[in-house]
Design a protein around this ligand. Structure first.
Ligand code: SAH
Ligand code: SF4
Ligand code: F3S
Length: 474
């Protein structure tokens, strides 16, 4: 695999976008003389996309936009899309179609689609042909160019398409608009080189490239100074952080540097690939007191033949040995995972190996998906004889097992006290707050809303399958 030496964008390119911000701002202030223009940004998909949207919102705000909560009241609508499963794509096509009558009422509205789905040429073509009311389409490689693209749309007559794949250099120093202060997303690397046979991400996000540690650390410091109490480091495969950078760094060392920053905050990260999850990483986690005792380690399947067909490059035995080591250095470690059921050619017996692995590992929670064929991936060409209805049945079986495990786990929390980060007031009940343990379990408890954004000790008093209730320990 080609190694990239330079992952940062030349400063001149970043400056160019700052100039476009000023140009777009001038056009917009002339067009909206009595009020600020309004933008509605909707994000589909993973946290990586959410982080990209925060960056695009920073650019839009710099151009003069304020944000609103619905497409109906917006002058600029942006959908940041996800291509990981067919269902995600269908939702985007459906919601985009629903914008047509909205635009008929407000013909000056600008509609833009961006992100992973748009990086697929067949999708961009479909938008070009069948959604003529969409003004702007750009892929994952162009998101930092939003000011330039917006300016083109504002001043030209033509629709603008920017979906070419570039070297993916990372733009630093552009503004960010964060949706929340307490919990922050911090991208450390972009792209993926793994090519799991079912997955579209490497095709739409390009090759792995890491941000310089200096840029990550200075953003972390800003976040902490701004009141962040939890920082989640993001990347499709954070364990390969640092590859191709000129500096001598890897993910465990990055964790240690972040852990050494002043302040009371928690570090989380996602996602780790089991093939690159080393003992050194687990040791670093154990050593770093600010690192949450939680590891999201997607296993996908518990069967070695399926893992091989998925091109995951680890075995069930290796995965289990990693977990055993992790638990030996962090006995209170909470584990979560991702699982795909119904991979092409998977048999019921092979699926049962996944169920037995789930029982063996005892996950806190898991994200489960029925396999969805993605055009252009290897798995999409494999024979897939098992009907969807059968795969759904397997999924229900797996969920029932996980529910049983979760119920036992939450029951075992009763009587224990946990340090939780108070995230919000609960919507359902007045005077109640919701917090999260380091192990990523939600706890509801009575308390004043002034506690939101602080760490509190909460004793668990009762538990359901997924939700745990508690009381404040004074
Ligand atoms: N980089 C992360 C995952 C990114 S995608 C990792 O490797 O762990 C998030 C999850 O979506 C994956 O872990 C996988 O479980 C699921 N997924 C990806 N492609 C899929 C597909 N074609 N069908 C069903 N689930 C899929
Ligand atoms: Fe997709 Fe695999 Fe890369 Fe994760 S590691 S993004 S599942 S190809
Ligand atoms: Fe979806 Fe792209 Fe994330 S495909 S899961 S938004 S990287």
């Amino acid at each position: 695999m080609e190694q990239r030496k330079i992952s940062a964008m030349p400063p001149a390119e970043v400056e160019k976008q700052k100039e476009y911000i000023n140009l777009a701002r001038t056009v917009l202030s002339a067009r909206f003389s009595d009020r600020a223009p309004k933008a509605f940004v909707h994000t589909y998909g993973c946290q990586g996309n959410v982080a990209d949207s925060e960056r695009m919102k920073g650019l839009l705000q710099a151009c003069g936009y304020v944000f609103c909560d619905s497409a109906e009241e917006a002058d600029f609508v942006l959908f940041n899309t996800c291509a990981v499963r067919e269902h995600a794509e269908d939702r985007v096509f459906g919601n985009c179609g629903a914008l047509k009558p909205v635009k008929e009422k407000n013909p000056d509205m600008i509609i833009a689609l961006c992100g992973c789905m748009m990086q697929q040429q067949h999708v961009a073509e479909r938008i070009k042909k069948s959604y003529p009311f969409v003004n702007l389409v750009f892929g994952t490689f162009a998101f930092h160019r939003l000011p330039e693209l917006l300016y083109k749309v504002l001043t030209g007559r033509k629709r603008v398409f920017a979906t070419e794949e570039t070297d993916g250099a990372i733009a630093e120093g552009l503004p960010v608009f964060r949706d929340r202060d307490v919990k922050a997303w911090l991208p450390v690397m972009y792209g993926c080189d793994n090519f799991c046979s079912y997955c579209i991400v490497p095709y739409v996000r390009g090759r792995e490239r890491s941000r310089k540690s200096e840029a990550i650390l200075s953003e972390a410091k800003e976040l902490i100074a701004g009141g962040a109490k939890e920082i989640t480091l993001l990347g499709q495969n954070v364990n390969s952080y640092g590859k191709g950078l000129a500096e001598d760094i890897d993910f465990p060392r990055l964790l240690r540097k972040l852990n050494a920053l002043e302040g009371d905050f928690i570090i989380r990260f996602m996602t780790s690939h089991p093939k690159d999850c080393t003992k050194e990483l687990l040791d670093a986690m154990a050593e770093c007191k600010k690192c949450a005792r939680h590891l999201h380690l997607p296993v996908q399947s518990g069967n070695n033949r399926i893992l091989k067909e998925m091109n995951r490059r680890y075995t069930r035995e290796h995965y289990i040995s990693l977990i055993e080591y992790a638990r030996s250095v962090m006995p209170d470690l909470s584990l979560t995972t991702d699982i795909i059921t119904g991979f092409p050619g998977e048999t019921y017996e092979e699926f049962c190996d996944t169920v037995s692995l789930v029982r063996e590992i005892n996950y806190t929670s898991m994200f489960t998906f029925i396999y969805s064929p993605r055009k252009g991936t290897k798995a999409a060409t494999m024979p897939d004889p098992v009907p969807y209805a059968e795969k759904s049945k397997w999924m229900r079986e797996l969920l029932a097992v996980q529910e049983e495990i979760a119920a036992k786990r939450t029951a075992s929390m009763i009587g224990q006290t946990y340090r939780v980060l108070v995230e919000d007031e609960t919507r359902e009940k007045d005077g109640y707050l919701t917090g999260r343990t380091q192990g990523n379990v939600n706890i509801d408890f009575a308390g004043d809303k002034s506690l939101v954004g602080t760490f509190c000790d909460v004793k668990v008093t009762s538990a359901g399958n997924w939700v745990v209730h508690g009381e404040l320990v004074q």
